[in-house]
Design a protein around this ligand. Structure first.
Ligand SMILES: C[S@@+](CC[C@H](N)C(=O)[O-])C[C@H]1O[C@@H](n2cnc3c(N)ncnc32)[C@H](O)[C@@H]1O
Length: 275
């Protein structure tokens, strides 16, 4: 049977949902689409922590397509009744490292992880800390309903509380920049070499996982001024940059470049060569 790529938007699936119930903040749909769209139609494994009535699991399956496996996790044992083709369920506590490890052992790596579970900051931190190594390279980890970090009370958390997920976040941004640090006690850790980006939205934070090398900065092109902010332009040009400029200004390089450009440019370049 031919596989047809899924085309409907998540919002469409939500608005036309006559399946199981789900509960979503309306501004989440744009965020999901922005980060999840590249995975549509692919053979991927998605983990969602927090199943409730199972509506979002069904929505992910329809959105990502029949090649996707959706794994739902909840502390409520009745969710096992919600299994169906492409949707697998497990009962456990998202703050229990042994339970999370059993999941990782069974599935290997996940391509997308969505934390919509207890919304307790301690649980959000425990889950991402344990599951991050089990997110595939190129994967996405999305934590939602982070407004609970501002509720206090049962959620053990409020603005400025060091135990909140929101307070845990800046340390990850520091980790991501450890390659650049000039402080000797600032070490490159697992986050530094795997965290490609952090995207913060109202109530959602998305983490991109990417294998990272120490970042490289280069210059190209010709200086516009002989000196600027206290440096001679020549001092700003290193050997690689100089070699690049020289290779670009050779007659053959000009011709090669011109061949990729409109006819008038080619005529100008070949005319110059003949002269
Ligand atoms: C907000 S609901 C999930 C909603 C669902 N994702 C949706 O969009 O319709 C949160 C779920 O997390 C589950 N939950 C609460 N504490 C949990 C924990 N410690 N570990 C795993 N799941 C938990 C609850 O039983 C509940 O079903």
């Amino acid at each position: 049977m031919r596989f047809r790529l899924p085309t409907r938007s998540l919002r469409w699936h939500f608005d036309h949902n006559d399946g199981r119930m789900m509960d979503k903040w309306m501004h989440y749909f744009d965020i999901y689409e922005r980060h999840f769209e590249p995975y549509r139609g692919r053979k991927i494994t998605i983990l969602e922590i927090g199943v409730s009535h199972g509506g979002s699991l069904q929505m992910w399956r329809k959105y990502f397509g029949r090649r996707a496996t959706i794994v739902g996790v909840d502390i409520e044992p009745r969710v096992l009744e919600l299994a169906e083709p492409g949707i697998e369920l497990h009962v456990g506590d998202q703050s229990d490292p042994q339970f999370l490890q059993r999941l990782a052992d069974q599935y290997g790596t996940f391509d997308i992880i969505i934390d919509d579970g207890s919304h307790l900051p301690t649980h959000q931190i425990a889950s991402i800390t344990h599951l991050w190594p089990h997110l595939a390279d190129g994967g996405v980890y999305l934590v939602e309903d982070l407004h609970t970090n501002y509720w206090g009370g049962y959620y053990e958390s409020c603005r400025g509380n060091p135990a909140s997920f929101i307070s845990w976040l800046p340390d990850r941004i520091d980790d991501m920049h450890a390659f650049h640090s000039r402080e000797p006690d600032f070490v490159i850790n697992e986050w530094t070499i795997t965290l490609g980006g952090v995207h913060a939205y109202d109530s959602i934070v998305v983490f991109d996982k990417t294998k990272r090398q120490p970042p490289v900065s280069r210059k190209s092109g010709r200086p516009a001024f002989e000196d600027i902010y206290g440096y001679e332009a020549n001092e700003l040009i290193d050997d690689d940059h100089r070699a690049q400029l020289q290779s670009l200004s050779s007659p053959m390089a000009r011709l090669r470049r011109a061949r990729r450009e409109p006819r008038a440019t080619i005529q100008r370049a070949t005319g110059r060569l003949r002269r």
